[in-house]
Write a protein that binds this ligand. Structure first.
Ligand code: PXP
Length: 239
């Protein structure tokens, strides 16, 4: 069964909408774990628009399941990763003006920066994943960077409106997941996944873990966090 890492960023988005003290992403994370989630993901953005350093500290302290920290490859974030030692760091591209992560890393343009960042994180024995678009050049270049995992960007699949396009995007993800595995990389996937489109993803044998945020938090607003997570876990079981 594919593991589920629940991204709790948007619990913090709701808190920040009123500059309040609640809802608390740590409590949501605890409920997700009680419901059976395999891990928790947060994205500590440069502008700190949702998750703050204090959230990271509390999650590290109270959550006993693997913590995946999404972050930009820069010196400040490397220092924070070294301080809080998440189980996995997923390096992502970050633009201040974007609403959510737009596309995967340019592993060609940023090769030296990524290589240097990976070396520094390795010194702390932190595992590394690179969020990349599902194309063969990015997968091959990632393997040269000696990352532990790639996270395949599922956005084009999730956004596809027509059946034919959705199918071809899914088949592309399948090919890229296989290619990544052939290069010895672990394969994660995420972005834009929800209760409808997750079923296709479960048919890809090489995907080990999905990271899902917005859809679960949105569902949780209506039915509660535990139920929202359990519903997603049920769908992941149906392989
Ligand atoms: N993976 C990465 C690299 C992301 O940046 C995000 C969004 O923070 C996600 C997965 C989760 O995306 P969504 O909120 O659409 O489930």
């Amino acid at each position: 069964m594919i593991r589920l890492s629940v991204n709790v960023d948007h619990v913090a988005t709701l808190r920040e909408a009123r500059l309040a003290l609640y809802p608390d992403p740590k409590e949501a994370a605890q409920m997700a774990i009680i419901a059976g989630a395999d891990g928790i993901t947060v994205h500590l953005r440069g502008d700190r628009r949702h998750i703050k350093e204090n959230d990271l500290e509390l999650l590290k302290k109270f959550i006993k399941k693997p913590l995946n920290l999404e972050m930009a490859a820069n010196q400040q974030m490397v220092s924070l990763a070294k301080k809080y030692k998440p189980n996995l760091v997923t390096l992502v591209p970050e633009k201040p003006e974007e609403i959510t992560t737009e596309g995967g890393l340019d592993v060609f343009k940023n090769f030296d920066l990524l290589s240097d960042t990976i070396t520094k994180l390795r010194e702390e024995k932190i595992k590394i994943s690179l969020f990349i678009n599902p194309d063969s050049d990015s997968v091959k270049k990632s393997s040269e960077l000696k990352t532990d995992f790639v996270e395949l960007n599922t956005d084009s699949y999730a956004e596809a409106e027509e059946e034919k396009k959705r199918f071809s995007e899914l088949e592309n993800l399948r090919k890229m997941a296989k290619l990544a595995r052939d290069f010895g990389l672990g394969v994660n996937a995420g972005h834009g996944l929800n209760y409808q489109n997750i079923t296709g993803i479960t048919t890809i044998e090489q995907i080990e873990e999905v990271s899902i945020g917005h859809a679960i938090v949105a569902r949780a607003v209506l039915v509660g966090f535990e139920k929202a997570v359990k519903e997603m876990l049920e769908l992941l079981k149906k392989v």
